[in-house]
Design a protein around this ligand. Structure first.
Ligand code: ATP
Ligand code: MG
Length: 237
């Protein structure tokens, strides 16, 4: 990869004496969708948080579009086009769907924000019907759509998604899979953390497996030929 959109090199993160990431290395090309896999507690969220600036790194480099972003505060990383949808979703429960979406565009002009709505509502028709509904009254799946829609408002160069299917019913997981695939088809560059392997591998071009604080293996999803057995073994055994 000559000119990656995201380059992570020698990334180390420790919480007190505990080193969670110890030399994570990988790169994403523009337009690529990559699933970051690994067992619970292996450091997947920590890795996303380190890229978005939410978690301080002990050493290593994060580069986005050729610019070193490690060490930057979160708002500057966001301005540079890296947007994270976190596990907890962080919505404003007492604001409407549309106001929550609007806040996602805060790095853009008012006119640009308004111009983004049609695309977001095309991706999530249900939100179109619920524009004025207060977010706290939405279902979990609908709130998740708002969180992804909000992240897309700023036209991110890189979207970091942490467990988009977390806590959703099988039907909504299927809907999330369709959303992820649609995003990939639109060329959104994504780093996707997902426990649901079926969803992750449907939406990703490539996978990486975190083990013992490092990227232990990775490969093209197409090379798996539809079988998850090897990958389940690689993650959990
Ligand atoms: N702020 C923190 N302070 C102390 N320890 C932390 C902190 N954040 C994460 N950890 C620890 O780092 C390890 C990795 O956590 P992380 O949340 O990155 O795992 P994960 O791979 O996302 O797991 P899961 O699949 O359960 O979401 C865990 O053991 C966790 O307890
Ligand atoms: Mg996590």
């Amino acid at each position: 990869m000559s000119d990656p959109l995201l380059r992570v090199a020698g990334l180390r993160v420790a919480f007190g004496p505990r080193e969670v990431l110890r030399g994570v290395e990988f790169a994403l090309a523009a337009g690529e969708s990559v699933a970051l896999l690994g067992p619970n507690g292996s450091g997947k969220s920590t890795c996303l948080n380190a890229i978005s600036g939410l978690t301080a790194i002990a050493c290593g480099d994060v580069e986005v579009a050729g610019v070193r972003t490690s060490g930057w505060p979160v708002h500057r990383v966001v301005r540079h086009g890296v947007v994270q949808v976190s596990q907890s979703r962080d919505l404003f429960p007492d604001l409407s769907v549309e106001d929550n979406l609007r806040l996602g565009g805060h790095t853009r002009s008012a006119a640009e924000i308004e111009s983004r709505f049609p695309e977001i509502y095309a991706l999530f028709p249900r939100l179109d019907e619920q524009r004025r509904q207060v977010v706290r009254t939405l279902s979990g799946g609908e709130q998740q759509m708002v969180a992804i829609g909000r992240a897309l408002m700023s036209r991110p160069r890189l979207l970091l998604l942490d467990e988009p299917s977390g806590g959703l019913s099988p039907q909504l997981v299927a809907e999330t899979a369709r959303t992820m695939t649609a995003l990939r088809d639109r060329g959104v560059t994504m780093l996707l953390v997902e426990q649901n392997l079926g969803l992750a591998l449907k939406a990703a071009d490539r996978y990486l497996i975190l083990r013992d604080g490092e990227v232990a293996e990775g490969g093209a999803v197409s090379a798996l030929a539809g079988s998850y057995d090897d990958i389940v073994r690689a993650i959990y055994l």
